[in-house]
Design a protein around this ligand. Structure first.
Ligand SMILES: Cc1ncc(COP(=O)(O)O)c(C=O)c1O
Length: 389
């Protein structure tokens, strides 16, 4: 089957967040958007086919999760991560951000402290402070374009924390955490009775020749870990609000599910469930091609920037289709940098400080788009920078 990642598809006027709220978000509806983490590629044909097949049945009533939901997840975890998952570890969520918020509410109380590792995915901040919990920032260490964990600070903070939200792989810095890094985190959290929420939504999008290690697969004991997964990033299904949690510990699972059930949001939607099954049953070949395309986009980006805009430093991601760019050399204040990108370059990126103060001087871009458009965006960036050299 041919997969055409080069195909240009207009998403304008489809109620698409990335394109249709540009005016509201950037104050400019003309910017080329490279922000929200979904892809400008077609959702794979075998998934669309499965949805259309279900849509042809004329009744879209209340639905349950059939056996296929569980077996497709179990088989995927085995195929992709060589990991044996039991059916009764799997729970549903209508999105990972909603699930993290529910878990914060279910497992902590107001005033409790939650560790995150900025610069990090911005909704982690809101999931803590919107519910009157306290953020403990264990900032990543940035040295020579590489991000690592400050264990000493992590250990100090773990002494007072109830929960740690791990981003694995990490958005926006693109780290695919290694075995020894994960082990140290698990040890510190176990020693200090810290519950870990491991957000593994990007775990299928690995760009290096090293596997993703599910935290639960590595951990000897499961009583303090909840992991969050979804096919949405991998297969471009974010609008279907369908994800799942893996919680081997019965007590933790009951607490999470009781909370979700109390909100009456655990049913899910028919098309999301159909899409998840199709993705995990038939998605391997498509995913291999996607990763190849993303890697060649990344190579293109790196060599373009090195050759033409050396003022910008690329933090090379090991995973995800998001790239963290260091604009520090331009010596612009954050507000100036944001307006420079929007107004002078005509581009819509995610502003670094949105990921925490340590994101100052950075921008996050999304390279899941056809190569020609990526090239066009980079040329726009180059032209803007030439003017201020
Ligand atoms: C780390 C991380 N978690 C969660 C999400 C979003 O999850 P959902 O759309 O299922 O709420 C994203 C999207 O970019 C993400 O990067």
């Amino acid at each position: 089957m041919k997969y055409d990642f080069d195909k240009n598809i207009s998403r304008e006027n489809t109620n698409c967040v990335k394109y249709d709220i540009r005016e509201e978000y950037f104050g400019n509806k003309e910017v080329m958007p490279m922000w929200v983490a979904d892809m400008d590629f077609e959702t794979p044909g075998f998934i669309r086919k499965a949805i259309i097949k279900r849509a042809k049945h004329p009744i879209y009533g209340y639905t349950i999760r059939g056996e296929g939901f569980y077996t497709s997840i179990i088989n995927w975890m085995k195929k992709r991560h060589s990991w044996d998952v039991n059916k009764d570890w799997i729970s549903f969520a209508p999105g990972i951000v909603p699930a993290i918020n529910m878990a914060v509410l279910a497992f902590t109380k107001p005033g409790d402290k939650v560790i995150i590792q900025p610069p990090v995915y911005h909704p982690f901040f809101y999931a803590i402070k919107d519910h009157k919990r306290e953020i403990l920032e264990n900032n990543l260490i940035h040295e020579n374009g590489k991000y690592t964990i400050d264990y000493k600070d992590f250990e100090d903070k773990a002494k007072e924390a109830s929960v740690f939200i791990l981003c694995h792989p990490h958005n926006p810095v693109g780290r695919l955490w290694k075995r020894d890094e994960l082990k140290q985190i698990i040890d510190i959290c176990s020693k200090n009775n810290v519950l870990i929420f491991s957000d593994e939504i990007h775990s299928d999008l690995i760009l290096v020749d090293r596997p993703h290690i599910p935290l639960l697969k590595l951990a000897e004991k499961h009583s303090n870990i909840i992991s969050f997964y979804a096919p949405s990033k991998t297969f471009n299904l974010a609008g279907l609000s369908t994800s799942f949690l893996i919680i081997p510990d019965k007590k933790l699972k009951n607490i999470y599910e009781s909370f979700m059930n109390s909100l009456h949001i655990s049913m899910g939607n028919i098309f999301g469930l159909v899409a998840l099954e199709a993705a995990y049953n038939d998605g391997e070949d498509w995913l291999a091609r996607l990763l190849k395309y993303l890697n060649s986009n990344l190579d293109f980006l790196i060599s373009f920037i090195k050759k033409n805009i050396p003022e910008i430093k690329v933090i090379k991601p090991e995973a995800t289709y998001l790239v963290w760019l260091d604009f520090g050399q331009l010596k612009l204040k954050d507000k100036e940098l944001r307006s420079f990108i929007i107004e002078e370059a005509g581009l819509g990126f995610n502003d670094g400080p949105g990921f925490g103060q340590s994101g100052s001087g950075f921008q996050r871009i999304n390279i899941a788009l056809p190569r020609k458009r990526l090239k066009k965006a980079l040329k726009k960036l180059e032209a803007a920078i030439i003017k201020i050299r």
